[in-house]
Design a binder for this molecule. Structure first.
Ligand SMILES: NC(=O)c1ccc[n+]([C@@H]2O[C@H](COP(=O)([O-])OP(=O)(O)OC[C@H]3O[C@@H](n4cnc5c(N)ncnc54)[C@H](O)[C@@H]3O)[C@@H](O)[C@H]2O)c1
Length: 278
């Protein structure tokens, strides 16, 4: 099966790797231009080499997985069976991408999106076919969960097809209807937001907030470290979608998230968020 992944960033390259290591899948990894896509493939090369060095994968399997990935601009997605869009979390950009894909892909090509929070029903209008949410988690080659998000017009057969593909690459799918934040982010990101509020009010230190949730709720990682891993800007964007879609004040983004985003304290990717990284 030919898979096209649009957007060769953190998630796109992870999704490409998750397919490429499975027999029967070839991947075309696309970005705004071929150079960006090749950079994404470079990240996959490094990840596969590490896995081979650690003995978690044979050198031959790593080479075969890398060979199953080609790169190109978005136009190279035209002859794929399934397109998974993983560009930036921006509705206008995603609409534009699906509008262009609708022009170049055949009618049987399935359109999926890795959006964290945006409406798949809204995207379907621009794609001129039902778009299904295929929401992977970071890091995509490792994390087992895939949220399958059906919009208003998603036929059950399409959801069943995508579910079978997710199972085939070793993921565990859960099905959810189109709604802001779907399942995981609707619960998880407000927790990060609340932790930011507790920190901003000076009620506890960042270390103690995270220790409390690790030892008191048995979470593997504290909410502030998790926010740093996801990206403070990404957390803010998701809270904004939850708030604007529901109008419910319980989803109001905490001003600290906005301040940190404006100041470039985005978490691990900028070496500083709630915590410092070297
Ligand atoms: N980071 C996460 O933890 C996470 C988890 C699940 C889902 N997501 C979702 O996945 C998507 C991608 O997030 P990310 O963290 O990989 O972002 P990223 O910034 O790492 O990568 C985005 C990529 O999209 C590319 N891009 C921009 N415009 C494009 C266009 N017109 N055509 C093709 N590519 C284009 C960029 O060049 C970049 O390589 C978002 O919708 C995000 O909400 C992110």
């Amino acid at each position: 099966m030919n898979i096209a992944v649009i957007g060769a960033g953190t998630m796109g390259s992870g999704i490409a790797q998750a397919f490429a290591v499975c027999p029967g899948y070839t991947v075309i990894l696309c970005d705004v231009n071929a150079d960006y896509a090749e950079k994404g493939k470079g990240r996959i090369r490094t990840a596969l080499e590490k896995l081979a060095e650690k003995g978690k994968m044979s050198r031959q399997a790593a080479d075969e997985a890398l060979a199953a990935i080609r790169t190109g601009a978005n136009s190279a997605a035209s002859d794929s069976d399934l397109v998974i869009e993983a560009a930036l979390e921006n509705m206008e950009l995603k609409k534009k991408i699906f509008g262009e894909l609708a022009e170049i892909c055949g009618p049987d090509t399935i359109f999926a999106t890795n959006t964290s929070s945006l409406s798949v029903t809204e995207l379907s209008a621009y794609a001129k076919r039902p778009v299904i949410g295929m929401h992977f988690f970071n890091p995509a080659p490792v994390m087992k969960l895939v949220e399958l998000v059906s919009g208003l017009s998603t036929p059950p057969e399409l959801a069943a097809k995508i579910k079978a593909i997710a199972l085939d690459i070793g993921k565990t799918p859960v099905e959810v209807k189109d709604a802001a934040g779907f399942l995981v982010n609707r619960m998880l990101i407000p927790m990060v937001n609340e932790a930011a509020g507790i920190l901003a009010e000076g009620l506890a230190s960042a270390d103690d907030i995270d220790t409390a949730m690790k030892l008191g709720a048995n979470h593997p990682m504290g909410p502030l470290a998790l926010g740093d891993l996801i990206g403070i800007d990404v957390c803010l964007a998701i809270m904004e979608v939850l708030y604007s879609e529901s109008g419910d004040p319980k989803y109001r983004p905490h001003p600290l998230l906005r301040k940190m985003t404006r100041g470039g304290l985005l978490g691990r990717k900028t070496n500083q968020g709630f915590f410092k990284y070297t």
